[in-house]
Each structure stands twice: as structure tokens, then as C-alpha cells.
Design a protein around this ligand. Structure first.
Ligand code: ADP
Ligand code: ZN
Length: 723
């Protein structure tokens, strides 16, 4: 028998299948170790055949897996990813597996095993053989709890333990333990559904055995989570399994806790915050069919379930579902593939659905379900705009009069406050007031941000950092101005204005240690703090009944980024953040500070009018030929050599113009939004098309040409989430 094995030689850009002779038992989907040239490589078995190859072939050195790590469905899924994102087949398979199971050398993640002691015979016999008090204690202890961790016996007496082992009174057994164990205290009870929730539940429940995509458009606080949980319960009762995707687990601990407290040991968690060992354990729980529900971030969509009954994607508009590096897949597409394969529903839920998905739902491609009211007596908050230009004249550059007043009012009433500022650090811009010199990263084309706590200037792209300078490096002038507001400065300003308030800041700087997110959220929930301030981290999925005021310090940060989704992102961020206010019977207020008080997107947020925003934005997308009216492909041509990058990008653009359909629009080359990062220059070309049959083959030809060029890199992003 022979096996066709998929291997990868990264250094030489070789990927392909090669035939090897099988000597021991092996299946399609197993990893094997093979000789390739002078190297030993791991690869995946894609095919087994008894057809004798024409030339002499080597034997497989070793079969790594007893059981396949990739089943038939996942093998097919890999081909789909490779074809639709134009990545190599092996990188598609590798992204589907936890690090411990990737066909790569040098990673070594093992199962965690614990040594236990058990009795060799019954207790009477064991006691007869005991020579002293310690031995008797150990033997009795083992008997009373059936098995005892060896560690504990050694603590009592290591010599007695060893004697008992030597005399065969007791013996050692190895047992595998799972590293990740999340305990949740409070119990989340099944709730009686509201009419809107029940309607949503029934719609999905009707087609549990059909492939169908639902868009659950429910405003913040409408109780989507409860609908998810009850429908999943139904799926489990039917003997099937569920995948539940969330944008970022550390940002949504309350959501995950609800699931664990309701479904307990039936849940496996997969996300990037886990160690490789923890991920491996969770993966095996799934593979061994010990759990029915997988909750996780993007890559959890590859969970090795084999009887999927539903896939739910919460906050479906989130950019985190799209992977930024190769393979550039979107978890929504993968979910669609798997739902079709298992003939089950796919549910996309959001308060601010992606325009592309809403358009599909309105065209009838998806089933639209709406939940327009908050649960119980909670009402949507009242929203106010503050024009910061006039506040500047009043010398209130950071906190407006109105916001200051409202904060004081809530502090008096012992209610809580959330403040959003989507920029971390202290100042985002340091320049010399004499010569205009601006501190920039030498590797990236962006300004350095001043971090006061560490007294450093940092690049937020590559983490380059230097100590703060007192003089301008250009003219030696000592008068440096610190411009741009970051969360660190905001915190300082707030504590100056409200010295008695307890304030906590949440951004990547304060949450870099494991578990810090959860701690801050928990403490805030227990009202240890009056004010929570932070970046967009605080906008998602948090449910604090005592928060009655939300302040957006500068609504313009996302608006001014040149990107086709800038308006949508601004709307999402402001709307979702506003949604944190007034989630119980206490009503809430939102104050949005902006330099663009007439901006249409901001006005729609203030009116709480998603529909108005949708109509407006769809008009813009149509006029400018953006999705959902046109599809996009973003090509980046990257090189350490500026000249090379520039010349090659012109060649690529010409190649596309000569080979693609006449109706396809090719824009560029132009410099990418962040032109230089880590000393690499990037040019970009944008393709807009409605239908172009040649597109994939043309792109794939281009990619093959560049694969052999080690001076330039071609990055192809199909359906990018930003350009
Ligand atoms: P969403 O995810 O749609 O923003 P949540 O699922 O967080 O909303 O629900 C908002 C609040 O309403 C939560 O505190 C939740 O516990 C509560 N809730 C949800 N459904 C019900 C129900 N049927 N009865 C009572 N309270 C509910
Ligand atoms: Zn940098």
C-alpha cells in the first residue's frame, strides 16, 4: 500500500503531495513522518492507494497519529479554504488544528498526566503488610478515596510511600487530567421567554434539521443570549452538537459564564488566551465526545465535532471573525460550509449587523428575525451630542460641561459610569514647538505614543520603544508639545476633576496580564469602582445594571480612518457602547463628544436609528461601488526595497488590467494606509468586481509567479474587512 502525503518545505516554498510506502497501519487524515531530500518532515496523509508508483519510493518513517486528526469533512473544508482564500493546502490544514497537532517540527505539547496510587489488594491484606504508622495512614487514605495523588502520599512520608510501592502493597497509575477548568459559582436558570424571544426561538426551532441561515437582528439588551441557550438546549436534546462563536472571550466573560453555569461540563472553550496545553486538552475533550457545546473565538469554528446541529455567531458584524494573516479566511464562510455539510441552521446575531448580511437577509437569502425591544422595563438610553469645538473655546478640551455635570450627578446617586476613548497611552503625538519635528517610529511610518507610567515613547505597530526625550533631536529645543488624548491622560484628568471617585482603566496596557480583563469586569460589577474608562474593549457584550451614564470622549477616532467601513465601525462602536447604559429599570443617558456634530452617522446613533443609518450607508456604498454592491480584493506588494516594491506593483496592476474582465475595476497601485511597518514598504491594488470568471485563476497565476520571488511578497486578501 502507498500513501500520498502532503508536505511543506517552508524555506523553498514547496508544497505538494509525494508518495511513500506504508509499512504500519495508517489512515487518511493521519500525520506521518517522512524523509524529504535530506530532511525529515511531518505531513498529512491525503490518500491511500495500492497503485504501485512508477519509480522507487521511500517508506514512511513513522505514523504519528493512531486516529486521523483530520476527518473527511475537515479534509474537504481545507480544500475549500485553499480555493477560496488562495492559500496552500497545508496552511489551510494547519490553521484547523491546535498547535500541538500541527504538522510542524519543534512544537512539543504533551498530555498532562498525574501519578495516582491505588491499593494492589483489598484493605485487610494491605494493612497486614504495613510496618509503621505512616504506612497505615497512607493505606487508609488510599482506601477511603479509592485513589490518592502520589504527591500527597509523599508529603506524608516519602520513605513509607516508597516502601509500600517496593513491597507491592500499592501501585502507581497514570491518569490524564485536563488543564483548563473553569468553575462558575452562580447558577444561570432557564428563563421564561418574552414574546419576541419566543418568536425567534420558534423560527429557528422549526428548521433545526435544515440548512438555513438566520440573521437575528436584536437591539442591545433584547436578550439574544437566552435565545441562543434555549435553542442549543433543544439541539442537545436531539442528540446533536453546537458551536457558539464570540468575537473575543476575554471581553465577554459574562457571556461565557452564563453558558458554563447552565451547561456545565458539556462545554469546551477554545480561544487564544489559553496555553497550548490547555487548547490541546479542550480539543481532545471535543474529539472524545465528552462535550456537546464548543464556545470560542474565530478558530473554534474548526472544532472537530462530527454531528453539528447548529452554529451560532454572536456579534456577527465583528472584524475579529476575519483572519488577518494567511489563510485569510472568514469564520462566517467556514460556518456556512459546515452548516451546509451537516444540514443544520446557521444563526448570525447582532444589534448592528454587517451591511452585507443585512442586505442578503432583505433579499431573502437569509431569514431575518428581529427583536426590537429590550427585555423587561429597560429602555434604550437617551443620547446627547456635545460639540467639542465650542467646548474648546470654553477651555474644556477633554470633558465637556454637560458630561462633567452628569458624572457628578451619578457619583452623588451612587450609580456607575462608563467612559470610552478609543486610544490608549497618554499623548498620541509629540512634536517640537520650534521646528515642528514629530517623533516617529524609525521602522514604521507612524507617530510614537507617549506612555506616562513607563515614561516611554512607543510604536503601536511594532512595539519599538525609547525613553522620553527632553530635547528635540532636530534643533535641541526644550519645548516639546504633547498632543492627542489617550486613555492614560483621560484617567489623570478624571481623577483630578473627581478626586473622590474610584476609577479603573481598561485597555491593552492594563490588561496584558492573564485574567486582568475578568478581574476588572468583576470588580466593576461588584461596584468597587464608580467609573470604568477604556478603549473599545469596554463596548462589547457587558451587562452592568447599575450603569446609567456612558460618555464617549471623542467620537471621531474611528470616523477619520480612510476605509470603506469607517462609518459602519463608528456606528457599531458608538451604538454598542451606548447599549451599555440603562440595562435595568434605571434609565440611562449617553453623551457623545465630537468635533463633527453634523456627521450623519453620529446623528443616527443619537436617534438610535439603525435603519436610517443602513439606508444612508447603502447609498454611499452603491455610489462608491463598495460591498455589498461590488466584491473587493485587496492586493499588497511588500518589500524591504522601496524601488522593488514600487516597480513590481506597477507590473501587477498591468497584468491584472490585461487579464481581467473589462467591467472589473482595478485601482492603484497606491501606497498602503500604513505604508511602512517593520521596515517593509507596502503598495496596494484594489480590485472591485461584480462577476469575473477569470479572477481566481488570474490571481492564482500571479501568486505562483511571486512564490519564487524572495525579494517581494504578494499578499492577496479576498473580501477584506478593511482596505
Ligand atoms: P443582548 O445580548 O441581546 O444584548 P442579553 O442577552 O445580555 O441581551 O440580555 C439582557 C438582559 O436581560 C440580561 O441581563 C438577561 O439576563 C436578561 N434577560 C434575557 N432574557 C430574559 C427573560 N426572558 N426574562 C428576564 N430577563 C431576561
Ligand atoms: Zn514601529
Amino acid at each position: 500500500m502507498y500513501a500520498n502525503v502532503l508536505v511543506e518545505l517552508k524555506s523553498k516554498n514547496i508544497t505538494g503531495t509525494y508518495t511513500y510506502k506504508i509499512k504500519e497501519k495508517c489512515f487518511v487524515g493521519c500525520r506521518v513522518l517522512v524523509e524529504f531530500g535530506k530532511q525529515k518532515l511531518e505531513g498529512f496523509v491525503l490518500e491511500i492507494t495500492d497503485l504501485k508508483p512508477e519509480c522507487e519510493v521511500k517508506e514512511i518513517i513513522e505514523v504519528i497519529d493512531k486516529n486521523p486528526v483530520l476527518n473527511k469533512e475537515l479534509l474537504e473544508l481545507g480544500k475549500y479554504i485553499s480555493n477560496t482564500t488562495l492559500c496552500s493546502l497545508i496552511s489551510a490544514y494547519e490553521c484547523m488544528l491546535p498547535t500541538a497537532l500541527k504538522a510542524k517540527n519543534g512544537t512539543n505539547v504533551n498530555k498532562k498526566e498525574v501519578k495516582y496510587l491505588i491499593l494492589n489488594n483489598d484493605i485487610e491484606q494491605a494493612l497486614k503488610k504495613c510496618k509503621n504508622k505512616n504506612q497505615i495512614t497512607i493505606v487508609n487514605l488510599i482506601d477511603s478515596c479509592k485513589k490518592l495523588e502520589k504527591k500527597e502520599a509523599l508529603l506524608i512520608s516519602s520513605s513509607s510511600t516508597n516502601t509500600l510501592l517496593k513491597n507491592k502493597v500499592i501501585k502507581e497509575v497514570l491518569e490524564e487530567v485536563y488543564r483548563y477548568n473553569k468553575e462558575v459559582k452562580n447558577n444561570s436558570k432557564k428563563m421564561h421567554l418574552t414574546d419576541e424571544q419566543e418568536n425567534a426561538f420558534n423560527e429557528i426551532n422549526k428548521s433545526l434539521n435544515n440548512y438555513n441561515t438566520f440573521l437575528l437582528h436584536g437591539i442591545t439588551g433584547s436578550g439574544k443570549t437566552e435565545v441562543y441557550m434555549q435553542i442549543i438546549e433543544e439541539v442537545i436534546n436531539n442528540g446533536k452538537e453546537a458551536i457558539m462563536l464570540v468575537p473575543e472571550i476575554s471581553l465577554t466573560p459574562q457571556f461565557v459564564n452564563k453558558f458554563i453555569s447552565r451547561f456545565d461540563k458539556n462545554v469546551a472553550i477554545l480561544h487564544s488566551g489559553l496555553s497550548n496545553g490547555e487548547k490541546y486538552d479542550e480539543w481532545r475533550k471535543i474529539e472524545r465526545k465528552e462535550v456537546k457545546i464548543v464556545i470560542g473565538t474565530r478558530s473554534a469554528i474548526f472544532a472537530p465535532l462530527t454531528n453539528i446541529g447548529i452554529i451560532i455567531i454572536d456579534e456577527e458584524h465583528s472584524d475579529t471573525y476575519k483572519q488577518d494573516n494567511v489563510p485569510r479566511y472568514n469564520a462566517k464562510d467556514i460556518a456556512n460550509f459546515r452548516a451546509k455539510y451537516y444540514n443544520c441552521p446557521l444563526v448570525l446575531g447582532s444589534a448592528t449587523p454587517d451591511l452585507i448580511d443585512l442586505a442578503k437577509a432583505r433579499k431573502g437569502l437569509y431569514t431575518l428575525i428581529e427583536m426590537k425591544n429590550r427585555v423587561g422595563r429597560a429602555k434604550l438610553p437617551q443620547c446627547y451630542i456635545v460639540d467639542m469645538a465650542s467646548e474648546m473655546k470654553k477651555r474644556n478640551p477633554i470633558i465637556s460641561e454637560l458630561l462633567q455635570e452628569k458624572i457628578q450627578d451619578r457619583l452623588n446617586k451612587k450609580e456607575q459610569i462608563i467612559l470610552l476613548l478609543n486610544r490608549r497611552g497618554f499623548s498620541t503625538f509629540i512634536s517640537c514647538s520650534s521646528c515642528g519635528y514629530v517623533f516617529k517610529c524609525p521602522h514604521c511610518d507612524i507617530t510614537l505614543t507617549y506612555h506616562k507610567s513607563s515614561n516611554m515613547l512607543r510604536c503601536h505597530y511594532c512595539n519599538y520603544a525609547i525613553y522620553k526625550k527632553d530635547n528635540c533631536p532636530n534643533c535641541n529645543n526644550e519645548d516639546l508639545t504633547f498632543l492627542g488624548l489617550g486613555t492614560e491622560k483621560l484617567e489623570k484628568e478624571i481623577s483630578k476633576k473627581f478626586p473622590d471617585a474610584n476609577i479603573v482603566r481598561m485597555d491593552t496596557d492594563t490588561t496584558s496580564r492573564k485574567g486582568m480583563h475578568e478581574k476588572i469586569i468583576e470588580d466593576f460589577q461588584q461596584q468597587k469602582y464608580d467609573i470604568l474608562l477604556g478603549t473599545q474593549m469596554i463596548s462589547k457584550g457587558l451587562d452592568f445594571p447599575n450603569v446609567t451614564l456612558v460618555g464617549v470622549i471623542n467620537a471621531d477616532t474611528t470616523l477619520n480612518i480612510p476605509d470603506f467601513k469607517a462609518n459602519q465601525r463608528t456606528f457599531e462602536l458608538l451604538y454598542q457602547t451606548s447599549g451599555r447604559a440603562g440595562r435595568s429599570d434605571k434609565s440611562g443617558e449617553v453623551i457623545i463628544q465630537t468635533f463633527n456634530p453634523d456627521n450623519y452617522t453620529i446623528k443616527c446613533v443619537v436617534e438610535n436609528n439603525f435603519e436610517k443609518f443602513y439606508q444612508y450607508e447603502m447609498g454611499i456604498r452603491k455610489k462608491l461601488k463598495y460591498p455589498p454592491y461590488y466584491y473587493l480584493v485587496n492586493l499588497k506588494i511588500a518589500s524591504k526595497d522601496y524601488e522593488v516594491a514600487s516597480k513590481e506593483s506597477i507590473k501587477v496592476a498591468n497584468y491584472l488590467k490585461n487579464n481581467l474582465d473589462d467591467n472589473t475595476i482595478i485601482l492603484g497601485p497606491s501606497t498602503a494606509a500604513v505604508f511602512k511597518t517593520n521596515n517593509v514598504y507596502r503598495f496596494q491594488i484594489i480590485i472591485k468586481y461584480r462577476k469575473d470568471e477569470k479572477l481566481f485563476s488570474v490571481l492564482s497565476d500571479l501568486q505562483n509567479i511571486f512564490n519564487t520571488n524572495n525579494k517581494v511578497n504578494l499578499e492577496i486578501d479576498i473580501n477584506p474587512s478593511r482596505i
